[in-house]
Ligand binder design. Structure first.
Ligand code: PEP
Ligand code: MG
Length: 542
């Protein structure tokens, strides 16, 4: 969890805020305890009782946190994080099972305290008034599950960046969002009218008539530009010289497939299957997954549908699958790693996918592959599942099997990986964060997180080259695929499929129709000579 880094100006006021958050956390734990008692859940009751005692412990918890605020100048979140971590570490040192459970309890209390204080995960967003502008300190992908997105006009957050999963989800629903505006929540009044310009990253409150008018003019101009692009909805995806490609859509659920087809997508380049799992207390069974995959395939009527296997971990959690807390979850047991360590979970998904394969053109995509061993293991399980289904007499169809290139090691060894898959899909969102050591959802390092960085471009070029030499397809499904400035460059490197939010499909196809492949190759050659972001941008502006 990203903690606010602000320095409190007035320690006494910070202590007061701490006491409010502390009181709220106690209240929440008490309510949970009462529920556990009412449900006669003895185990939970014992744990919550112990947690409550610790949370209220003046000597071990309250005083040290207040001291850290006053003496070390920490804000309440940093102070609480530090004190709880020290207590948890003491339990961990004891190296026995009972004590390590106590450490987990402390982590749990800490998580609840921080979430409560940061306003995370507590709100119910399932029914909102029309035109709601949601302003929150931070949102998690799970908060958007069950959110009444139809009625959300815009989202503003203090933490989180453009490529955070929340940003991606809201863009996929055509909702403007602005993130990284630290302090904005306390500046806005509930019920106040605000204008949110997602393209410019601007939020305006305290509106006068002229501002309102200027904003609506701008909005009408944008809508006119969108309408002008409409002829590209049904056009072929080709460069000006006739070279063919695909402009596909990224979706988060089977229900979005029909909309993607209507928006003109040549296929689904990425169905993030984890969203089918989020927001439920139980893992989806084989049958419900099968129905979801089948529907996506049927709605795309013979067009390719790339379904990525579960990519959970990092900033995405599953209520139904408790995960051990990790210091660096983006570098931990995420995506394919998690699936390989939970073979039953993976097995169920692979069965559902292969059963659905007969209903369309399925491509299975493995996320976050970092070494050949992982890829081989995943493919081995897929083969095993296919044989199992054959023995049961359940029909399956041939599927293309691909991997995300989103870890630098995969790009660097692209030539080897390309021998063992049918296609690559470059995931720039993660590739950038792993190549540049910049967390994708962090507003603090957003200025360093750039798809224009020459090191990122080189990795992409390596992936495309590895694919070309092996004769396999190379696509891209990260947010950079929708960037009209970058498309000619990636086209010149050999990327032939671009997958993006459905709303961006016509614009990308229009851009592609105007480029010449030979000129794009030259552009790529020159960009790969650049040493800094600024020069890459200058080159793309010419
Ligand atoms: C990526 O990393 O670029 C990608 C498409 O996957 P996700 O954003 O779901 O991690
Ligand atoms: Mg990714």
């Amino acid at each position: 969890m990203e903690l606010p880094q602000y320095k409190p100006v007035e320690p006494a006021a910070e202590i007061e805020r701490f006491r409010q958050c502390h009181g709220a956390a106690i209240q929440e734990t008490r309510e949970m305890l009462e529920k556990a008692r009412a449900g006669q859940n003895g185990d939970a009751e014992g744990i919550l009782d112990a947690q409550l005692t610790l949370l209220m412990d003046e000597y071990a918890v309250v005083e040290p946190i207040e001291e850290a605020i006053v003496q070390e100048g920490l804000n309440l979140f940093q102070a609480a994080g530090q004190v709880f971590e020290e207590i948890a570490e003491t339990f961990r040192q004891a190296d026995d099972e009972y004590m390590s459970q106590r450490a987990a309890d402390v982590e749990d209390i800490c998580g609840r305290f921080l979430s409560r204080g940061l306003g995370l995960g507590r709100q119910d967003y399932s029914s909102l008034p029309q035109g709601t502008v949601l302003a929150a300190r931070s949102l998690t992908p799970s908060d958007t599950i069950g959110m009444d997105l139809e009625h959300v006009a815009a989202i503003i957050t203090e933490y989180g960046g453009y490529c955070s999963h929340v940003g991606i989800i809201t863009r996929n629903h055509g909702i403007p969002s602005v993130s990284g505006l630290e302090g904005i929540v306390s500046l806005l009044q509930a019920g106040e009218e605000v204008l949110v310009d997602g393209d410019e990253g601007a939020v305006t409150a305290g509106l006068g008539e002229s501002e309102r008018e200027a904003f609506y003019i701008l909005q009408r101009q944008r809508e006119a530009r969108e309408r002008a692009l409409d002829r590209f909805r049904t056009a072929e995806s080709r460069a000006a010289d006739g070279e063919a490609g695909l402009i596909c859509a990224n979706i988060g659920s089977e229900a979005e497939a029909a909309g993607a087809a209507a928006a003109g997508a040549d296929g689904i380049g990425l169905l993030r299957s984890e969203f089918l799992y989020m927001g439920y207390d139980q893992l989806p069974d084989e049958e419900s997954q099968f129905r979801a995959y089948r529907r996506a395939l049927e709605d795309m009527a013979g067009r390719p549908v790339t379904i990525r296997t579960l990519d959970i971990g990092g900033d995405k959690e599953l209520p139904a699958l408790p995960m051990e807390r990790e210091e660096n979850p983006f570098l931990g047991c995420r995506a394919i790693r998690l699936c390989l360590s939970h073979p039953d979970l993976f097995h169920t998904q692979l069965r559902a996918l292969l059963r659905a394969s007969v209903y369309g053109r399925l491509q299975i995509l493995f996320p976050m592959i970092s070494c050949l061993e992982e890829l081989r293991q995943a493919k081995g399980l897929l083969l095993q599942v296919r044989e199992e289904l054959e023995q049961e007499g359940i029909p399956t169809a041939p599927v293309q099997v691909g991997m995300m290139v989103e870890v630098p090691s995969a790009a660097l060894l692209a030539g080897h990986f390309a021998q063992e898959v049918d296609f690559f899909s470059i995931g720039t969102n993660d590739l950038i964060q792993y190549a540049l050591a910049c967390e994708r959802g962090s507003a603090k390092v957003e200025h360093l997180y750039s798809p224009y960085h020459p090191a990122v471009l080189r990795l992409i070029a390596l992936a495309a080259e590895g694919a070309r030499e092996a004769g396999i397809e190379c696509g891209m499904c990260g947010e950079a695929a929708a960037d009209p400035r970058l498309l000619p460059l990636f086209w010149g490197m050999g990327v032939r499929e671009f997958s993006m939010t459905p709303a961006a499909v016509t614009r990308a196809r229009a851009v592609l129709s105007g480029v010449d492949t030979a000129a794009c190759r030259e552009l790529a050659r020159r960009a790969l000579d650049c040493g800094d972001v600024e020069n890459v941008i200058k080159l793309l502006e010419v």
